[in-house]
Each structure stands twice: as C-alpha cells, then as structure tokens.
Design a protein around this ligand. Structure first.
Ligand code: NCD
Length: 298
C-alpha cells in the first residue's frame, strides 16, 4: 500500500488484510506486549490542521509502539503563522525526516496533494467533509470483534451524514463487506443522491428495530450544520429509543459525542455502547495501517 487517503474502491480482500493485522496488534496490546520494531529508525509526521483528541493521540501511540519517532506538528506556534504555505510546510517536515505523513485538514483532497508534493506515504486522518478512512477501519475491527463477521449485518448511520467524513468512508467500506447500510437523518443532512444506491430515510423510529448497528454522528456545526430543538427529539438516541432496539444490537459513534443531542449520557455509557471499544481499537488499527505503509517504503 502506497498511501491511505480513501476507501473508495478498496477491495474486500485489501480491507480484510488490514483488519486481520489490526486484530493481531490488538491482541499484542491487550497482552501488554505492544512494542514492535516495524518502524524502528523511521519517523512519522503528524500534520494536524484541525482539532483532534483521539485520532492524533492514537496515531502517535501507534507510531511509538512500532518503534518510530514522532514529529508532531501543530499550526499554532509554527511557521504557518509567518505565512508559510501548506506545500512548503509539508515538504519541510518530510525533509526533516518524516518517512510517513498523517494529515488532517479542513479542505478535501489535501492528503493527496501532500502525497504529490512530498512523494511520501500519506494517511488521511480526516479531510474536510470527504473521508476518514482509518476511522472506518476501526469501526470494522470493532464490529468484527463483537459479532465475529460483518456479512448481513444491518447498519444505520444516523445524523449529519452530509458533513461527515466518517460517513464518507463508511459508505464505501461497509457495502464492500456486505453490510446492509442505510442512511438516516433529517432531509437537510442526507445527500441528494449518494450515487451508491443506499437506502435513505428520515424516520428513525420506523427503522430502529430492524438495525443491528446504530452508528450515530455529531451534528457538525463548524461545517455549517445547524441543530434545532427538534433534532434530539427526532434523532437523539435516548433510553426509550435504545430499549426498542434488537436485543443484541449495538451503538457506535466516532466521537466526540455531544451528550443530550445525538445521544443521551445514559445510552452512551450503557451496555450497548461500543464507543470506548472504538477508541481503544484505534491504536491497533493505526498500527496495522502504519506497518502496511512501512512495507511499501522498503
Ligand atoms: C470525527 C472527525 O473528526 O471526523 N471524529 C474522529 O476523528 N473520530 C467526527 C467528528 O468530528 O464528529
């Protein structure tokens, strides 16, 4: 694998290979023997031009656990504030010695541009409303650990799909694994035509009891979405709604969650919630991705 900037067109076999590797790293982490040497002597550059907690920290821990050094860049306090262009910043960090670049940026397509400018392998850690491929891989790892297999699971992504790069990656990965995926949200938050033949609905209550996986999204007000007083009433997953889900159905969310908006605190902390499992699987999944890119460096 040269870079990971999109899951569009990625085959079932390629996804499965990364997921299997992530399972192996997850076992290693859980057995308290996470240290590896796959990236010894290498450096991973983290170029985050947007806020992040779990993505940045889990990429950092993943890189360190594979033996890499980490160059963590933040625009505040950097030469970006002196007017340096993104291209110059990226090529500078690669020239300092970053072998692999992890990029988060508000503009779609920037991770691909960074790859073109530097020639280095790039991982897209979220580009605007476009894609967030490692989050979707984490979600696949989390579901396969819970259910054993994904084929035939019925999953609903609920909320601000239009602005969600997580949804932007899930819509490619889940159908490739034969997950029966549907998009649920207010009309304003649904794509006019996903072009992917996915079922869409604005009636969560009529679908809830058919789903094995309810995947909630934050309303992304920083991207222009507005959340009105009706949102939580129509789409918020509270205890009463969760009680109508299938007995084994699970709740997921990429985080950060807004308690009381898309999910109640009770449900987020309840037994159906895989939210912290997703976070925990982030490190092993990102170890698998970084190790796969290292293969390509040799
Ligand atoms: C998401 C993101 O930044 O795309 N979070 C994440 O990385 N797990 C989702 C969001 O911001 O709502």
């Amino acid at each position: 694998m040269k870079s990971l900037t999109t899951l569009r067109g990625m085959s079932r076999a390629a996804i499965t290979e990364l997921v299997e590797a992530a399972h192996g790293y997850a076992r290693r982490v859980e057995e308290y023997r996470p240290g590896g040497s796959e990236l010894e002597g290498r450096a991973v550059g983290l170029l985050f031009f947007e806020p992040s907690t779990r993505t940045r920290l889990s990429f950092e821990l993943a890189a360190r656990r594979l033996g890499a050094d980490v160059l963590a860049f933040a625009p505040e306090g950097s030469s970006t504030e002196k007017g340096e262009s993104l291209k110059d910043t990226a090529t500078t960090i690669a020239s300092i010695g970053a072998d692999i670049l992890v990029v988060r940026h508000p503009e779609p397509g920037i991770p691909d541009a960074v790859q073109d400018w530097t020639g280095a392998p790039v991982v897209n850690a979220g580009d605007g409303t476009h894609e967030h491929p490692t989050q979707a891989l984490i979600d696949i790892v989390t579901l396969s650990r819970r259910f054993g297999r994904l084929d035939g699971l019925r999953m609903g992504i609920v909320g601000d799909i239009l602005h969600s790069r997580v949804a932007g990656s899930l819509v490619h990965a889940m159908p490739a694994l034969d997950v029966d995926l549907m998009l649920i949200g207010p009309e304003d938050f649904l794509p006019e035509d996903s072009g992917l033949g996915l079922e869409q609905s604005s009636d969560l209550d009529s679908r809830l009891s058919t789903l094995d996986v309810v995947y909630l999204l934050r309303v992304q007000t920083e991207r222009g979405a507005t959340v009105d007083s009706q949102y939580a009433r129509r789409f918020g997953l509270d205890g009463a709604r969760a009680a109508r889900m299938k007995p084994d159905a699970v709740i997921m969310h990429p985080g950060p969650i807004n308690r009381g908006v898309e999910i109640s605190g009770e449900v987020a902390d309840g037994p159906r919630s895989l939210i912290l499992d997703q976070v925990g699987n982030g490190v092993a999944t990102r170890m698998a991705v970084l190790a796969a890119l290292q293969e390509g460096l040799r």
